[in-house]
Ligand binder design. Structure first.
Ligand SMILES: Nc1nc2c(c(=O)[nH]1)N[C@H]1C(S)=C(S)[C@@H](COP(=O)(O)OP(=O)(O)OC[C@H]3O[C@@H](n4cnc5c(N)ncnc54)[C@H](O)[C@@H]3O)O[C@H]1N2
Ligand code: MOO
Length: 432
């Protein structure tokens, strides 16, 4: 690994750039913890449990048979083979099974309540399957083929602590203890708004100089994938009035379920038409920048690539202040900065136990050069078995196809100008 001493060369003065961690903390601070709502089990998948879930009864709640066969007193099987009368039939779900008298058996099915007096079950394969009388070939010990009450869960146990991600097994357990609904953390509501006079909706024809709007659908998918609720607005051209009107109308229309975050893309760098920067650098009424402490949107150059131009703060909309994160327009910059700043903030707001992506270390499959001055988030494909990561595509922040082939990001420190094959890098797994 080759490093530079001091600062490397880049567009800006790296020493004046905001560290990645500092901007991440600023974005995280924008979105407070979400409230609790109640959902049915059908709507609970991937949600985050808001309160400890306590078992009101044990699991199993009664001793029951693990096999189709015969409930017995094991002492009655001292000498096998033995023929015993079948005194009752207990299918699963029978609620009035009689007690077992000595010297008799009950036919019993898997999951049926063990009768009082029985201490074991003989599986049907070890018998002649008789219904009036049964011949039992082999003895069983006390407790054999019996599932004891409370063996899985005792009453009063916290079966799922607050913060649990509700996957299939957790939803199954909640249902098993009788919970029909679950308290979960609200999903933040996120408006996604792309900007750019060059943008045309996907599906519509392009003229020279125009491009299809891809950041909006991409970021909306990323928001939903993070567990929040995205609403993609129709993109706007580089026109401050139209941007502000579109945003404020959308905010006003959602008074019943207010927006938690506005996510924009584009219009934040150094050009002549930086619509987002211009719109959020004014108060609602006029041209005066909003300089109140902690108010308005702060625009920074963050010491990373892609994703240098960033903004975070509050917009005073028709319903009051709403959190805003402004992402850069280059598609790879947009999604990488979503990964680094927005996804963890949204997941933290929902009480997610692991807000960030799973991180591992892997050896680089091939050497690469890296510009100094900004932390590099390169796209890669991981081979988890070999413990290696291979770069996918070059560093350019317009290379969307390479991003779509990648399954991870890997980091190269700002001071590092060369990483050799076999050297270890930090990897963020995008599907974990
Ligand atoms: N003189 C400078 N120019 C640029 C700088 C700089 O520091 N000085 N920074 C560069 C970096 S780094 C980035 S990243 C971009 C960010 O620019 P903006 O956020 O202002 O984005 P735009 O200029 O609007 O667009 C950049 C690029 O991305 C395309 N784009 C924008 N929106 C979309 C969308 N919704 N779907 C698909 N593609 C989109 C746009 O056409 C441009 O090609 O600025 C650099 N320039
Ligand atoms: O920061 Mo930009 O995202 O390098 O392309």
């Amino acid at each position: 690994m080759r490093r530079v001493t001091g600062h490397g060369h880049d567009h800006g003065d790296p020493s004046a750039m905001r560290p990645v961690a500092e901007h991440a903390a600023a974005v995280a601070a924008l979105i407070g913890p979400t409230a609790t709502e109640t959902v049915t089990l059908a709507d609970a998948r991937e949600r985050i449990l808001a309160e400890d879930l306590v078992a009101p009864h044990p699991l199993p709640s009664f001793a029951n048979s693990a096999m189709d066969g015969y409930a017995v007193r094991s002492a009655d099987l001292a000498d096998t083979p033995v023929a015993l009368p079948v005194a009752a039939d207990i299918p699963a779900g029978r609620t009035d099974g009689p007690p077992l008298a000595p010297g008799t058996v009950h036919r019993i099915m898997t999951g049926a309540a063990l009768p009082d007096g029985a201490d074991a079950v003989v599986q049907v394969e070890w018998t002649d399957a008789g219904t009036e009388q049964v011949r039992i070939e082999r003895a069983v010990g006390a407790g054999q083929n019996v599932r004891g009450a409370g063996e899985d869960v005792t009453a009063g146990t916290v079966v799922l602590p607050a913060g649990t991600i509700l996957g299939p097994a957790q939803i199954g357990l909640a249902a098993a203890i009788g919970a029909g609904t679950l308290p979960v953390r609200r999903r933040p509501r996120v408006l996604v708004l792309s900007t750019g006079s060059e943008l045309v909706a996907p599906g519509e024809p392009l003229r020279h100089g125009q491009i299809h709007e891809s950041n909006g659908p991409m970021l909306a998918a990323a928001v939903d994938d993070a567990g929040a609720r995205a609403e993609l607005l129709r993109f706007v051209p580089d026109d401050v009035e139209q941007f502000t009107r579109t945003l404020d109308e959308a905010l006003a229309a959602r008074a019943d379920d207010p927006v938690d975050l506005v996510l924009t893309s584009g219009g934040v760098s150094a050009g002549a038409y930086e619509v987002v920067k211009d719109a959020f650098s004014r108060t609602r009424s006029g041209a005066e920048p909003d300089r109140r402490e902690g108010r308005g949107v702060t625009f920074s150059k963050v010491a990373m690539q892609p994703g240098m131009p960033q903004g975070a703060g509050y917009h005073t909309g028709p319903l009051g202040e709403v959190a805003v994160v402004t992402l850069p327009g280059n598609p790879v910059s947009s999604l990488v900065s979503f990964e680094v700043f927005v996804r963890p903030a949204l997941r933290r707001a929902m009480g997610h136990p692991q807000p960030g992506r799973a991180r591992v270390r892997a050896r680089l499959a091939e050497g690469l050069d890296s510009p100094a001055g900004r932390a590099q988030f390169r796209r890669g494909r991981i081979d988890a078995v070999a413990g290696t990561v291979a770069p996918v595509g070059a560093a350019g922040s317009h290379l969307l196809a390479a991003l779509a082939r990648a399954d991870c990001l890997f980091l190269v420190d700002a001071q590092v100008t060369r990483v050799e094959a076999g050297e270890s890098v930090e990897v963020w797994l995008l599907d974990g």
